[in-house]
Design a protein around this ligand. Structure first.
Ligand code: ADP
Ligand code: MG
Length: 361
């Protein structure tokens, strides 16, 4: 064996793989670290010396060595663009049942990402959560949805209705939805952490719903003085959700409330809660608005790879469905008997007319 190869082998053998392999970490320190949330190499590699000192009581020198060793032990290298493309192959898109909404997201709600719906009460955020909990089980009989319910709005009856709408066995569907009621923001954060335990036990979690992401945080942290702490906690919570989404290729669906923007003279006088923290941590953001007669408008306002767009849908007893059904006759006729350009022109005119009508309510 050449000298270089031998050396390479040596460094490979030296690589630490668990926290206890790190220099200066005995059983007691490992326990303290784990209690503070540092239970893998990555969490130590990306932490600061001060954080480790505070968490485990080791000296600064030891903390520095630990971080260095954890960094050496990890492959923190770069991936090529084509590797990333391959990684995108594993992404599954969960359908909502409304083609309009799915098209807005180029096929459905993606795994490995956080999708946020924000809007007023009654705008359909919870309904979409329910329908996704059912539909994520359609293609995969082992898939499980986790529903973290903070507003006490999870309704098994609604799940049964949506399951019937998809022609699925309601009892089997309910069996594969794990619901937990979160009583405050800390509880909500702990529940999100527990999802990883579920996965490690072998439960195939495909979807995590946090409905609502921000309600507890908004209620508990009142006043300017608490804003920084609230945002910090919310950030930590969303980072954990993002990590779960990426590590286990699952879809995270969160809902968010809006508040009135009193200084807005023009346009929509509402704004999502949670500020930049929630906005930046969500991969896709959808704004929901109520329209006439049970109609809703969904608008994609932020996405890394899709254009902003808008669509309309209906919430019915068994489905979330497209509004275009009213135009089915018109569509059939014009597609078959009209020149394509004229057809397209009338079609966009007709649809924007409808959306305009809903908006103007
Ligand atoms: P939020 O955005 O506050 O979470 P929801 O998603 O709970 O709002 O939407 C509530 C709305 O969903 C109701 O106002 C109603 O229009 C509609 N909805 C709820 N249940 C049914 C049902 N069984 N049949 C038809 N529409 C329903
Ligand atoms: Mg709701």
């Amino acid at each position: 064996m050449s000298k270089v190869k031998k050396m390479a082998k040596k460094t490979e053998e030296k690589k630490e793989s668990t926290v206890t392999d790190l220099p200066g970490v005995g059983a007691a320190t490992a326990e303290k670290l784990s209690a503070a949330g540092y239970d893998d190499l990555l969490s130590i590699a990306v932490s600061s010396i001060g954080q480790l000192v505070e968490a485990s009581g080791v000296s600064e020198v030891v903390a520095r060595k630990m971080i260095q060793a954890a960094r050496d032990g990890l492959d923190m290298g770069f991936q090529s663009g084509s590797d990333m493309l391959k990684k995108r192959d594993r992404i599954i898109k969960i359908k909502s049942g409304s083609e309009n909404i799915d098209n807005l997201l180029a096929g459905g709600f993606e795994t490995s990402a956080i999708t946020e719906c924000f809007g007023q009460y009654g705008s359909g955020k919870t309904q979409i959560g329910h329908v996704l909990a059912v539909s994520c089980q359609r293609d995969d009989p082992d898939a499980v949805a986790v529903y973290i319910d903070t507003e006490n709005t999870f309704r098994p009856e609604r799940i049964i209705q949506f399951a019937k709408g998809f022609d699925m066995d309601p009892d089997a569907v309910l069996e594969r939805i794990k619901v937990a009621r979160a009583f405050n923001s800390d509880h909500q954060m702990i529940l999100a952490e527990k999802v990883e335990d579920l996965i490690k036990e072998g439960v195939k979690v495909r979807l995590i719903i946090v409905d609502s992401l921000t309600a507890h945080f908004r209620a508990e942290f009142v006043g300017r003085g608490t804003l920084a702490e609230r945002q910090q906690k919310l950030n930590k919570h969303m980072h954990l959700l993002a990590m779960l989404a990426d590590k286990y290729n699952l879809c995270v669906y969160v809902t968010n409330q809006v508040m009135a923007k009193p200084d807005a003279f023009f346009g929509d006088p509402t704004e999502a809660i949670g500020g930049h923290i929630v906005g930046h941590n969500s991969t896709f953001r959808i704004y929901l608005r109520k329209g006439k007669k049970n109609t809703r408008v969904a608008k994609l306002v932020d996405s890394p790879n899709l254009p902003d767009a808008e669509c309309a849908f209906n919430v019915t007893e068994f489905k979330i469905e497209d509004i275009w059904i009213f135009f089915w006759f018109f569509d059939f006729f014009s597609r078959n008997f009209l020149n394509y350009t004229i057809y397209q022109y009338i079609w966009t005119w007709k649809c924007s007319d409808l959306i305009g009508e809903i908006k103007n309510e």
